[in-house]
Design a protein around this ligand. Structure first.
Ligand SMILES: [Zn+2]
Ligand SMILES: [Zn+2]
Length: 344
């Protein structure tokens, strides 16, 4: 079968790989129908997240079950399914406490040895461990392009908002309007959070945020700190989400949040970074971080996608054949696409 493999920074290729085979009763093999390219794939592409050359990448997917072990009860062959970007065992210390993203056996699709040596989903077919935890049936009427978001990007936006402790009527700032930031904006608006300040420097992204019901704020042409004060009687926003993963965004989030507010760093951090702890301390901020507990949220996110309360369709800018993956990565790297969907 064909698979998109990492070769070297700036280089991916299409290679022949052996067919996946079930080795344990709780696994399934699926035929990939669509698979997305994610911002975290770009970290691999750039060499910022290091994986072995020849490893199959990709972790966003919708597919059809080909084969399932005897222990798989949630789905069966022929079912149209979506998957979460990582697996969890369901029985360890962390899973029993519902923090599936910290599972002791957690493995992420397409991230090499570093995250569990689990081959990725930008391929014709993929092996799915712990299928009862990892897979869900796609509800009737939910399109592939929409379902694709449930197991990663929308689940991540959902997690960031949920962890920000905002209630209807609370104010929120979202810094960085890539797919995750824009999904966080949608979730917040759907939850009745208002106002939602959506901060970025790219005009089209600001326009999308406006269409989703947020107040767009240009990071340099406007004054985000003044804007946050203006809409909160001078207090600052109840919560701020850093969806960039850069110290400048984190610093701004800390400054935009009100006293005793919440700052959530959902953007990827892989290096040490300086945080103004004096400001965090004197403002009594709650600082949270980490990637999302998508397994914990996937059923609720699917309900909201199914009812149309959340609709990530406008974020899908490109459909391309799997064979064009090298071109798709180059295009994504040039920031000419928001979400590229590959079809094997
Ligand atoms: Zn992702
Ligand atoms: Zn576990």
């Amino acid at each position: 079968m064909r698979a998109v493999t990492f070769q070297a920074p700036g280089e991916v290729s299409i290679e022949e790989r052996p067919e996946p085979e079930i080795t344990s009763q709780d696994e399934a093999v699926i035929e990939i129908d669509v698979t997305g390219i994610c911002g975290s794939d770009l970290h691999i592409y750039h060499g910022r997240v290091q994986i072995e050359p020849g490893f199959t990448i990709g972790h966003e997917f919708v597919g059809t079950v080909l084969e399932a072990g005897d222990g798989v009860s949630r789905v069966q062959p022929g079912d149209r399914v979506l998957g979460t970007f990582h697996t969890a065992c369901g029985t360890c210390f962390f899973c029993l406490r519902g923090v599936f993203h910290k599972c002791e056996e957690m493995r992420v699709f397409g991230h090499g040895k570093l995250l569990g040596s689990l081959q990725g989903t930008q391929a014709d077919r993929a092996l799915i461990p712990h299928a009862n935890m990892t897979l869900r049936k796609v509800p009737d009427g939910v399109k592939d392009d929409v379902a694709l978001f449930a197991g990663d990007v929308m689940g991540t936006g959902y997690h960031a908002v949920a962890q920000s402790d905002v209630r209807p009527g609370d104010s929120l700032a979202v810094l960085g309007l890539g797919p995750v930031g824009l999904c966080a904006v949608q979730v917040a608006v759907a939850a009745g959070v208002s106002p939602v300040l959506a901060i970025d420097s790219v005009e089209q992204r600001l326009e999308l945020a406006r269409a989703f019901g947020a107040t767009p704020v240009h990071v340099t042409e406007d004054d985000p700190r003044e804007e946050a004060k203006r809409v909160t009687d001078g207090r600052g926003v109840d919560a701020a989400i850093d969806a960039v993963g850069h110290p400048d965004a984190l610093d701004l989030a800390i400054r935009l949040a009100r006293k005793a507010g919440v700052v959530y760093a959902i953007g990827v951090y892989a290096e040490p970074c300086q945080v103004h702890m004096g400001l965090v301390w004197i403002k009594a901020l709650t600082l949270r971080s980490g990637f999302a507990n998508v397994i914990g949220h996937v059923d609720h996110v699917l309900d909201m996608l199914g009812s149309g309360k959340l609709d990530p369709t406008p974020l899908v800018t490109h459909h391309m054949p799997l064979d064009d993956a090298p071109e798709a990565y180059a295009l994504y790297d040039r920031r000419e696409a928001m979400k590229i969907v590959l079809t094997p």
